[in-house]
Write a protein that binds this ligand. Structure first.
Ligand code: SF4
Length: 694
């Protein structure tokens, strides 16, 4: 199924389904003892952060990754000498009975690549810097200069292509946002279009040499850029190249802790939901072994659709085994899959906060305490609203309270009275259509849960009046097609509008929240209804890691697509964690920046300082700053490029030495590491971005 967006009179095709899951069928790539691509399981990769010349440490880390279940191990290969040492590492691993495929990670050096390809199952080249320098300028290239440089790349790259082809080694053409060549930037900017063109240039050379053992990656630390780049690549590559090649997915420099996991899950998961991706790497500024379980937790759901029989792999959709088949047909889409634009909708005041329009998405969580225990409920609401914290702190902006029956109304009234000025932040919800109109005079927001399969009737709409609470209609969807909630909510919205009501929101609660909400937005746009949409996530009892991942995928993808005016999270997590999760999702989708974003690399054999320790120290001092992006990169070779759009950068430039960046400019070169953090803070201050911690 091809999704289609009609915008300003033109049509963009995106060759994947948008409202249901179907994995894109790709050409299988050689990967040593494992199969990759096709309908094979989505493989989990990690990368060592030892020096590749240190055989003992690298073999030991590979062994730990293998024991953690890692299916593909990548090693950095900065020089020809490191490339030569891959033989020792490989031989030792094989002697130890570890047959995990190895990938040589190459930047800049064709010589290192030509050597490394002899000892690994896969070689990754970065088209941004392979056989070309990157100065981060955007000098204009004439057509002749552009062609001459491309010809030089072809000359230097072709021997590697031939050698990989003859040895049966596969290749990843791994583009990174931020480390594109000057030539590409001069023509396409530092953009998804540039990333895609850089990869296609290399792929054309491979196909000209009859070498098809390829994969692609399009990484960025900006989740939205990463999603758009992969989608654009699939659209262009599948139209132009001779095969649908597999994809390696990843968010670069995702950071550590929950933030790193949420960012990675959001970017990777958004694409997996599109059916894209054959292997992934979760890139964390932590021990690489930690990346492996997170990777498996992300791919588990998608691998459950697969069935391997002998050496053949199949896709199961709704329990039916399907063979690869070409995509066909068209689906209308309510957003542009290749660039971010927030969905336009009406704005209105809802108690304490504006919703919709250009208002930043707000955060709602749900009280779990019953209204039958008013004191405990009040305490829980206060914990979530946290009024004692300074004004711009992270806190729930709305708290939902469930109201079961008419007998609960006096308790609700006295709860609201006890909250004083905070009463506007309570959302009362019920599944009772007779009770719902009675909530409207009491609260500033009220929600009606429409439970699938239960008779709704239509009379309740006649009883609703404009002027009381802002309303929300939420469809609790389980079994039916995602079309059902979209149609019912759209019909309700049309009737409300005809009645003259306009201060309301819509939402779907579903295990298929992403597809169902997209479908709702499509129906609204077909009906010309500019109603704000709530992105509701209700966890179904998973463990903590599963909840972080699933909520990031189901909710975050929608915000990356420009959909969503409020995020409402209901999980089994503690109140503080739940609020943090909601803000982390908005931050990772870059729709609401509530704290500093750390773009920190995972480290590799090039790293010049202790990344984890340094990242923790920097975080301690500057986390309170709102909306800043700070890059913490292990080396100056790739760091400045890979931190892409960071406002400030802390980059290892030698043993015990650090260079500091303001945007893309290096303003302090090679200073002693011991003084670098204070100097970074001084730079932030000089640029008017510093605030004292509260
Ligand atoms: S920035 Fe440098 S040290 Fe960090 S992962 Fe990339 S290459 Fe390795």
């Amino acid at each position: 199924m091809t999704a289609e967006i009609r915008k300003a009179g033109h049509t963009i095709d995106y060759p994947v389904p948008m409202y249901s899951y179907r994995r894109r069928f790709t050409r299988e790539a050689g990967f040593g003892g494992i199969a990759l691509g096709g309908y094979q399981p989505i493989r989990v990769e990690s990368m060592t952060n030892t020096h590749t010349m240190d055989t003992v440490a690298t073999v030991e880390q590979c062994r730990r990754l293998y024991e953690a279940g890692c299916e593909i191990i990548r090693l950095t290969v900065p020089t020809e000498k490191d490339a030569g040492n891959l033989r020792n590492i490989r031989d030792q691993l094989r002697r130890d009975g570890i047959s995990t495929p190895l990938v040589a990670d190459i930047h800049f050096s064709p010589k290192a690549a030509m050597k490394a390809v002899e000892f690994v199952e896969n070689i990754r080249v970065n088209p941004g810097n392979y056989a070309t320098g990157t100065k981060f300028s955007s000098d204009d290239y004439t057509e002749a200069e552009y062609r001459a440089e491309l010809e030089k790349v072809r000359e230097e790259f072709t021997p590697l292509v031939r050698k990989a082809r003859d040895l049966g080694v596969s290749m990843r053409i791994g583009t990174n946002h931020g480390s594109l060549s000057d030539r590409i930037v001069s023509r396409f900017g530092n953009s998804p279009e540039g990333m895609v063109e850089a990869a296609l240039e290399f792929a054309r050379i491979c196909e000209d040499e009859n070498y098809f053992d390829l994969l692609f990656s399009m990484k960025s630390s900006n989740v939205r850029v990463m999603i758009h780049a992969y989608r654009l690549l699939v659209s262009r590559a599948d139209a132009e190249l001779r095969h649908a090649y597999p994809l390696h997915l990843g968010v670069t420099e995702a950071g550590d802790g929950d933030e790193g996991r949420i960012k990675s899950a959001m970017g990777i998961g958004a694409l997996l939901e599109d059916g894209l991706g054959d292997t992934i790497r979760v890139s964390l500024t932590e021990d690489p072994v930690n990346e492996v379980p997170v990777g498996f937790a992300i791919v588990r759901k998608y691998n459950e659709h697969l069935q391997v029989k002998g050496d053949k792999a199949y896709l199961k959709v709704n329990h039916v085994v399907e063979h690869a088949r070409p995509v066909s047909g068209h689906e209308a889409m309510p957003f542009d899959p290749y660039r971010y634009a927030r969905r336009p909708c009406r704005r209105f005041e809802a108690g304490a906060e504006p919703l919709g329009g250009d208002a930043m998405p707000r955060v709602e969580t749900s009280a779990r305490t019953s209204i039958a225990d008013p004191d405990a409920l009040r305490a829980e609401i206060m914990e979530r609203l946290a009024p004692e914290l300074p004004g711009d702190s992270i806190r729930s902006e709305f708290v939902n309270v469930g109201v079961g029956c008419v007998e609960d109304l006096p308790a609700l009234q006295s709860l609201l009275d006890s909250l004083g000025g905070l009463r506007d932040r309570v959302v009362a919800s019920t599944a009772d259509t007779a009770l719902f109109p009675r909530l409207l005079p009491l609260v500033s927001r009220a929600r009606l849960d429409i439970v699938e399969g239960e008779s709704l009737g239509t009379g309740f709409i006649d009883e609703l009046e404009e002027g009381g609470a802002a309303m929300e209609f939420s469809f609790i969807h389980e079994d039916s097609s995602v079309q059902v909630p979209a149609e019912i909510l759209s019909r309700i919205a049309s009737r409300l509008m005809r009645k003259g009501l306009s201060r309301f929101l819509l939402s779907v609660v579903s295990s298929q929240g992403l597809f169902a909400t997209r479908r709702l937005v499509l129906e609204l746009s077909k009906a010309g209804l500019d109603i704000p949409v709530v992105v509701r996530y209700r966890d179904r009892g998973g463990d903590r890691s599963g909840v972080l991942i699933d909520s990031a995928v189901q909710s975050g993808t929608l915000f990356c697509d420009g959909i969503g005016d409020l995020v409402a999270i209901e999980t089994g997590l503690k109140a503080e964690e739940e609020v943090g999760l909601a803000f982390n999702i908005l931050q990772a989708a870059r729709v609401r920046m509530s704290k500093t974003e750390f773009i920190s690399c995972p480290g590799c054999g090039r790293t010049y300082f202790e990344l984890e320790k340094t990242t923790a120290l920097i975080k301690q001092r500057v986390s309170h700053l709102k909306g800043l992006k700070i890059g913490i990169m292990g080396c100056i070779v790739n760091g400045p490029g890979e931190m892409a759009d960071a406002d400030f950068g802390y980059v290892g430039s030698g043993k015990g030495r650090v260079s500091l960046y303001v945007g893309r400019d290096c303003v302090v070169e090679n200073m002693p590491e011991a003084q670098a953090l204070e100097r970074l803070i001084e730079l932030i201050r000089q640029n008017g971005k510093w605030m004292e911690p509260s």
